[in-house]
Structures are given as C-alpha cells and as structure tokens.
Design a protein around this ligand. Structure first.
Ligand code: CU
Length: 130
C-alpha cells in the first residue's frame, strides 16, 4: 500500500515538472533568439498588432482592424469562393481574390475606413488607421 502510494507521487511530480521545464526552456530560447536579432523589441511589439485581414466564412476579421498610418495590410482569402476588400471611398481595393489567394493594401492616411466585398455587398468591415 505504502509503496504503491510512494511510487505514484513521483509520477505526479514528473507530470508537473516536465511541462514546467519545457516551458522555461521555450521561454529562454525565445529570449535568446530575440537578443540575437537586435531590433527584436520593436519587432515583437509590432507582432502584437495584427496587420492582416483574413476572410473566412464570408466574414472579415479582425473587426475592426486597427493599424498605424503607412501600414501595409495583407489580405488573405481562406474561403473557397472569391472575395474582395474594397474601400467604401475606393481608396483601396484588392480586386477579386480567389480562394486561397492573398493581396496587400497600404493605408497611408489616418481615418476610419469602411470596406466591403464587391461580390457580396453584405460583407462589411472596418479599418481604423491611427
Ligand atoms: Cu465576397
């Protein structure tokens, strides 16, 4: 009885310790990688703000997309049918994007941009350019 209980304890301890060690190893590796790239602080800050729009299930995401002026936004169509990302004021337009295709749009000026899919007009989205 007692020995069975003792044998089980290390197993539980391992189940907790092993993922912890793995997590620490990953974090340390990421930090080392960041240090080596030099400008990593700026890069990782940028990575937090998405600068892409994904079209899936006839919806744009994120909604709204918030980016800084001058940002180039990548638009990816994950649907099997063609879509567009077309500004209501026509300041940008990806044109027809087939399923799986991607395009980029550049947002030069600050403002709130409403956009839609030129094929399915009920699909709408917003880009806030700061
Ligand atoms: Cu569409």
């Amino acid at each position: 009885m007692a020995s069975a209980r003792l044998a089980r304890l290390p197993t539980i301890a391992l189940a907790v310790v092993v993922p912890l060690v793995a997590l620490v190893a990953v974090v340390v590796t990421l930090n080392v990688t960041s240090d080596n790239t030099g400008s990593a602080a700026g890069a990782s800050t940028g990575a937090k703000t998405p600068n892409s729009i994904t079209i899936a299930n006839f919806q744009f995401s994120p909604e709204p997309l918030v980016v800084k002026a001058g940002t180039t936004v990548k638009v990816t169509n994950d649907d099997g049918t063609a879509h567009t990302v077309t500004a209501a004021d026509k300041s940008f337009d990806t044109g027809d994007l087939d399923g799986g295709a991607a395009a980029t749009i550049t947002l030069a000026k600050a403002g709130t941009y409403k956009y839609f899919c030129d094929i399915h007009n009920y699909m709408t989205g917003t880009i806030e350019v700061k």
